[in-house]
Design a binder for this molecule. Structure first.
Ligand code: PBG
Length: 308
């Protein structure tokens, strides 16, 4: 009688990458999640490949000395993401790679674009983001995921991909991305919280009070050439997932973000919740709301539970 079912096919696993080797580094606010060195990356992904996780999203923890005000390192064709993409494509050609298009892991102020007079400058940022997108596509990223929330970036990225003959690269648009407190642990993981120094992203991310606006954002991104749209965070915004899915009937993903992971993990570690039951229940709720796939730091554990 079950109307909905969660399967390993629904899961996308976000991972954090850093330079070098050695033991994976723990992230204090995300117990159980690590920053893995490039040298250990193939091994880190082996279990996900064995379980049949179809896609992985890559996020770099860029060394602070490589960050600058313009996020120049994002355009380096040998940056962490590009090297990670080539390495993973060699080892696991069956796994689709999702690359985050935004400057925050590369800027010394932690914003997703470049700052002019204290504000993120939309059009100048879009021009840089399109070059970042091509750089990632050339390294083998299959799905570009602009998470920056600049206006017009989906159309601009689609055009530059076409101009450079990347006709099979897909665009997963973070269309309805809210200015959320639930990104806190992620910002620790990539080191952007230290750079932001308490600043917020409210001038370009969405107001949690708004629902209709999400539909406008999604409509624009589809018009501009997005293959997939995304809502983020996940659980507090499942109403938006449902509205988007009903209105547009396009592939719709959601991101169970770092703070959602941290809540579940810390409650589980304290013995307050049964982890497997609660995590699988949240992931199934995403499906019931209308999601076609879910980005989750629990992807690997969930895949293990689903396979066992
Ligand atoms: C940045 C980006 C963020 C996340 C994904 N890409 C954080 C932010 O906007 O500050 C958050 C993901 C998470 O919290 O798990 N472009």
């Amino acid at each position: 009688m079950a109307e909905h079912r969660l399967s390993v096919d629904d899961l996308i696993w976000p991972i954090f990458i850093r330079e070098g080797g050695g033991e994976p580094q723990a992230i204090g606010s995300m117990p159980g999640v690590v920053r893995v060195g490039l040298d250990g990356l193939a091994k880190h992904v082996a279990e996900a490949a064995r379980l049949g996780i179809p896609a992985i999203a890559l996020f770099p923890a860029t060394p602070p000395e490589q960050k600058d005000a313009e996020g120049t390192e994002a355009l380096n064709e040998r940056n962490l993401i590009c090297r990670a993409a080539r390495l993973l494509k060699d080892h696991y050609p069956q796994i689709a790679l999702v690359g985050d298009v935004a400057l925050d892991p590369y800027t010394n102020h932690g914003h997703d674009g470049v700052l002019r007079d204290g504000y993120v400058a939309n059009d100048e940022s879009v021009a840089i983001l399109t070059r970042q997108a091509v750089n990632q596509a050339a390294a083998g990223i299959d799905i570009l995921a602009p998470s920056d929330m600049m206006d017009g970036r989906i159309g601009a990225i689609r055009k530059i991909l076409d101009d450079n003959a990347f006709i099979n690269t897909k665009i997963l648009a973070y269309s309805a991305k809210y200015a959320s407190g639930f990104y806190g642990p992620f910002r620790d993981a990539v080191g952007s919280s230290a750079s932001l120094k308490g600043a917020d992203k409210k001038s370009y991310q969405m107001d949690p009070a708004n629902g209709d606006e999400a539909l406008h954002e999604v409509a624009l991104d589809i018009q501009e050439g997005a293959d997939i749209v995304m809502i983020k965070p996940g659980l507090p915004y499942l109403d938006i997932v449902r509205r988007v899915k009903e209105a547009f009937r396009v592939p719709t993903f959601a991101y169970q973000v770092s703070g959602e992971y941290a809540m579940l993990k810390s409650a589980a570690r304290n013995g307050f919740l049964d982890e497997k039951t609660c995590v699988l229940e949240t992931l199934l709720s995403f499906k019931r709301a209308g999601c076609d796939a879910i980005l989750s730091y629990y992807a690997l554990e969930a895949a293990q539970w689903l396979r066992s």
